[in-house]
Each structure stands twice: as C-alpha cells, then as structure tokens.
Design a protein around this ligand. Structure first.
Ligand code: R2B
Length: 304
C-alpha cells in the first residue's frame, strides 16, 4: 500500500479513485504543487477554501480576511501567490484560509476544484468548507444584491453537472450544503448596506447566447424570446445566472465537502444585457459576498 493509498477508500475520504495509488507522485499541475512537497505541513491547518473568479479579487480577499481574523505573517514573511509558477490560478494562504482564483466557466472551475479536493486529501485537512465568492447577473434583483445559491442547475435547467466522459454523458448531482446557507443568512446584519436573497442559480456554459443575451456577435432569438425565457426561469425560482456553480457544487458534493456559492449581482437582467456600472461601484459591490464569508470564517474560526 502506498503512503497515499485510497484503495481502501473509506466513504469519508475526499477522493474516491483507486488509480491514485498507482501514481508514484501526484502533480497538482495547475496549482504548482506536488506530493514530493510536504503538503501536510504546508496545508493541513486549512479550514476554509474560498474561490472567486479573478486573481486580483482573491488577493484582496486574502488581505481582507487577514485583517478580519487578525492574522499576522511571521516577520519577514510576505503573503505570496503559491501557485504563481504554474501561471494559471492564484492561491494565497492566510492561516486556515486559502483564497484561490478559479477563472471563468465550469471547465476552469472544474480543474481547480478537482485539484483542491486532492490537495485537501494529501494535506489531511479536516472538514474544510469551500466557498465560491463570485459575481452574477440576477433576474429581478438590482445590481449590488448579494445572492446565496440554495440550489443550482445547468442551462437545460437540470440540477446536475454533466460532462462527456469517454464519449458519454456523465452526470453528477450539483448540490449545495443547506445548513451552510442558513448559517450564512444568520450573519446578515441589519446595518449592512446591501440586500441578501437566496434562490436557485442557473449555471450557463456561456456569457452571451447561453444567458439569453442579445448583444453577442451572434443571436437567433428575439427580445421577446429572451424575456419569455427569463420569466420562465423566474417562475422556477431561478434568481441568478453565472458560470461556475454546477461544477463547484457537484465536485464538492462528490468529495463530501460542505460548499456554498455567494455572488453579487452586477446587473438585473430583466433590465438589460450590458454591464455598464462604473468600475469603482462594481469594485465595492464585489466586496459584499466577501464581507459575509469573512464574517462566517471569523465566527467559526474558534470552533473549527
Ligand atoms: C460571472 O462573471 C463572469 C462572467 O463575466 C463569470 O465567471 C461568472 O460566472
């Protein structure tokens, strides 16, 4: 049996792949980490894994969380992008918090989530909680509204994540932790300068036609078709659209890891397609999901 053996995979193991035993070493290539490193020493204290679209946002989240939890880096040590050599994702570690960029779309999110799950396994992390702190378009809520996904579906409105595997569709249920949603909602403060709502999230495979936008280079449907579609979604309890939730929810669920998706709406899609809000306002809005998730981390730090 190798030191990382998962042949005897207990049900509570994050990974469920006996082939991993055949690897002499495992390279988490996109994170620039491998099992020749002491991953346990480097990461076993991680309790919260926060992912978000862009490298800059996740760097500022790491700085913000450091402030919020009062994390001091040892003298002479600076927060650094651990995954910089791979030049794909950015990853920062602030005590028990990992802040990682996931790029855009399910394929990018899927690669990252697979490697993060293996990292949790190799590092022997205990009960980590994953968050996606993102942006989205909402259906019926104004820009700046924070949306907690209580379920997610794909563009065919199936509550699963389906990818072709060996030439055939392979489907996994995309499910988010319901308890975590309640805990996050409990952290809403009446003095917050933003609204928080929850509902189902549609995860599109595309930003333009895939989200019923009329402003892409190609479009074969009318404004009326688009509005009918948006109202159909709304009738099914779908309140926002983004592009990463199903991969994130399905893979974390398969690993037995609690996960939540908290996004800020950049636009009410019932009113248009283009995001025209000034950058400084968008920047302030993007901090809102971070505020809620940092509050959760702070509250649960002591008992984690
Ligand atoms: C929301 O914003 C990005 C597209 O602009 C994408 O990552 C998403 O899900």
């Amino acid at each position: 049996m190798c030191s990382r053996c998962v042949c005897s995979s207990q049900d509570d193991s994050f990974v469920k792949n006996p082939h991993l035993c055949d690897l002499k070493e495992d390279h988490l290539y996109h994170l620039s980490l491998n099992t020749n490193m002491d991953l346990e020493e480097m990461f076993s204290d991680v309790k919260f894994v926060c992912t978000g679209g862009t490298a800059n946002r996740m760097r500022s989240f790491a700085e913000y969380v450091a402030q919020e939890i009062g994390h001091q880096f040892p003298t002479g040590v600076q927060m650094k992008n651990i995954s910089a050599p791979a030049d794909r994702y950015s990853m920062y570690k602030v005590g028990p918090v990992l802040s990682v960029s996931h790029g855009m779309g399910n394929p990018s999110m899927g690669i990252l989530t697979n490697e993060l799950i293996k990292l949790m396994y190799y590092a022997k992390c205990k009960d980590p909680i994953f968050f996606r702190i993102g942006t989205c378009g909402s259906i019926g809520h104004e820009g700046g509204t924070v949306i907690i996904s209580d379920d997610c579906c794909d563009g065919f409105l199936k509550t699963s994540y389906t990818i072709p595997v060996l030439g055939k569709p392979f489907e996994r249920r995309a499910q988010l932790d319901q308890g975590l949603i309640i805990e996050l909602k409990d952290l809403i403060d009446k003095n917050d300068n933003f609204k928080v709502v929850s509902g189902t999230t549609m995860c599109a495979e595309d930003f333009y036609e895939g989200q019923g936008r009329l402003d892409g280079p190609f479009c074969k449907f009318s404004e009326e078709d688009k509005m009918q579609f948006l109202y159909r979604l709304s009738g099914k309890g779908i309140i926002n659209m983004e592009m990463e939730s199903t991969a994130f929810a399905a893979l974390t669920k398969a690993a037995g890891i609690k996960a939540s998706v908290v996004c800020v709406s950049l636009i009410n899609r019932l009113k248009g397609d283009q995001v025209t809000t000034p950058k400084n306002v968008l920047d302030e809005w993007q901090k809102r999901p971070q505020v809620l998730v940092a509050r959760y981390i702070k509250k649960n730090l002591c008992c984690s």
